[in-house]
Design a protein around this ligand. Structure first.
Ligand code: HEM
Length: 468
């Protein structure tokens, strides 16, 4: 990440790297980034080193696939992410938040715990409950470690051409670690699928796993009309967090004709376990860090939580009133975008912001750079949530240089889930507590892995406070 900052500092916002085989273009203008991700997205694929390395773990899931496979899967999965499911996300998040408070309570008074490890596990349970109707807590630590091990290998391969080349097939320690992590993920996802099949699928079940198993031809429970478009997944309606999610995918094949294979189900489950918990956890950890460093902003957040909640646990219905809490989340996503780099490969020649792009060019767009550039954001390095209180076009989360969830048809499918989780987890934790970094601990360094992680964990204390 530091080297990208250096490159932009020395060479400007559109930098072509003179690589012998593959032309590489770093695109650091809002217009250029949106051209690649949104306006001319049809010319760009995910056949990049980043996604190639990730697919060693996720297979051909939604995040890494392209073309017809992606379109079919996105259409199938989309209903499981509609807004009708957000109240379940909200309820599961508050339960996970209460469990997190207990973890802090079990530490000696005011003692820190590693917020990163605890929040990772908490967000994994939310993914399990809301997407798979499954309690992942028994697999919790193993799964978190397997994901962590696998993603560290992904980064090693994405950043080291030798590790990704023929040498990757040698039985090195790194290859063995990767295999063992992937086999844990295979086992956990196979167990999830087996448990769900044993439960049976009712026509009204709208969780993602029910949607996938229907696509694989699993029958719904007998005696019911199988019409998930009217009574199950398809009944989920748009709600108050409506976003500009759009995709140009054609309708999915009818659930009557099975078309999704067991491998495809495995790949989507692994994709969603990874994409669904680590990103949100990363964002929440950095949000708590920023709050711990900013007493004034913390106070303004407490004023809102106190006036909306009066010390009680938050609920789904409170979200529209928690506008400053949401601004805190948005601003933390600006300064610490978990998906800090997005890559594409050009399928044909193009011109991006006046620069010629030959076919096969690797394009790098970095939300980290765009979000921290003084050309895009006044006083860019400062944590100032109030910049997100203005919802006018071109401001707040509609700012052209704001891309924490990507843009265009490949916009994050879990965006609204993530925002509900983040707002409610913060409100649950901080409704009557203050967050503090323990005296004498250094400010955490950022490690840019698949997401942004604190290099040595994130020790934080939650101190009781009395709500007004
Ligand atoms: C795609 C960020 C939460 C599932 C993306 C992309 C970004 C992103 C930037 C686009 C990547 C690209 O264009 O190459 C984030 C952030 C999150 C978050 C910052 C949390 C703060 C989630 C959650 C889920 C999820 C909660 C699932 C439960 C996915 C999937 C894709 C995706 C499946 C691929 C979508 C497609 O290409 O059709 N995410 N994400 N994400 N995200 Fe998220």
């Amino acid at each position: 990440m530091a080297w990208l900052e250096k490159v932009v500092e020395c060479h400007g916002d559109l930098v072509a790297f003179p690589m012998p085989k593959t032309p590489v273009l770093l695109v650091n203008t809002p217009a250029g980034a949106r051209h690649v991700l949104q306006r001319n997205h049809r010319n760009y694929t995910k056949a990049t080193i980043q996604y190639g390395a990730l697919s060693l773990v996720t297979g051909s899931g939604l995040l890494t696939s392209d073309g017809e496979v992606w379109r079919r899967h996105r259409r199938t999965l989309q209903p499981a992410f509609h807004h009708g499911g957000l109240d379940e996300v909200a309820a599961s998040t508050v339960v996970a938040g209460e469990q997190l408070r207990t973890a802090w309570d079990q530490a000696p008074p005011y003692a820190p715990i590693d917020a990163e490890a605890a929040i990772m596990r908490a967000m994994l349970t939310v993914v399990g409950k809301t997407l798979f109707a499954d309690d992942l807590s028994s697999a919790g630590s193993d799964l978190v470690h397997a994901v962590d091990r696998a993603l560290r290998q992904v980064i090693a391969r994405a950043t080291n051409p030798l590790a990704a080349g023929p040498l990757s097939r040698l039985p090195t320690l790194s290859a063995r670690r990767m295999r063992s992590a992937v086999s844990t993920l295979d086992q956990v996802t196979a167990d999830i699928v087996a448990r769900r099949r044993a439960q049976g699928i009712r026509p009204e079940d709208a969780d993602l796993l029910a949607v996938l198993l229907r696509a694989a031809g699993d029958p719904t429970d007998p005696g019911e009309v199988s019409d998930h478009h009217s009574s199950g997944a398809g009944s989920r309606q748009p709600g108050p967090m409506a976003s500009d999610q759009s995709d140009d995918a054609p309708p999915a094949p009818s659930s009557a004709s099975p078309w999704m294979t067991e491998q495809e189900i495995r790949d989507e489950l692994v994709t969603l376990v990874i994409a669904g918990h680590e990103t949100v956890a990363s964002s929440l950890v950095w949000t708590l860090h920023l709050l711990a460093e900013s007493p004034d902003i913390q106070q303004r957040l407490y004023d809102e939580l106190d006036s909306v909640l009066h010390g009680r646990a938050p609920e789904w219905k409170d979200i529209p009133s928690l506008t400053y809490t949401r601004a805190v989340v948005d601003e933390a996503l600006r300064l610490y975008p978990p998906a800090w780099v997005i890559t594409r490969r050009s399928a044909g020649p193009d011109t991006v912001d006046g620069v010629d792009v030959p076919e096969g060019t690797l394009i790098i767009v970095s939300p980290w750079l765009l979000h921290r550039s003084e050309r895009n954001w006044p006083d860019a390095q400062r944590f100032e949530p109030s910049r997100f209180l203005d919802a006018a076009p071109g401001h707040g989360d509609r700012h052209p240089a704001y891309l924490p969830f990507g843009a265009g048809p490949r916009l994050c499918i879990g965006r609204d889930f993530a925002l509900v989780e983040s707002v409610l987890l913060l409100a649950t934790l901080l409704r009557d507590r203050a967050v503090r970094r323990p005296a004498g601990t250094p400010s955490p360094a950022v490690e840019a892995l698949v997401t942004l992680r604190p290099k040595h964990g994130m020790p934080l204390s939650l101190i009781p406070r009395i709500p007004r």
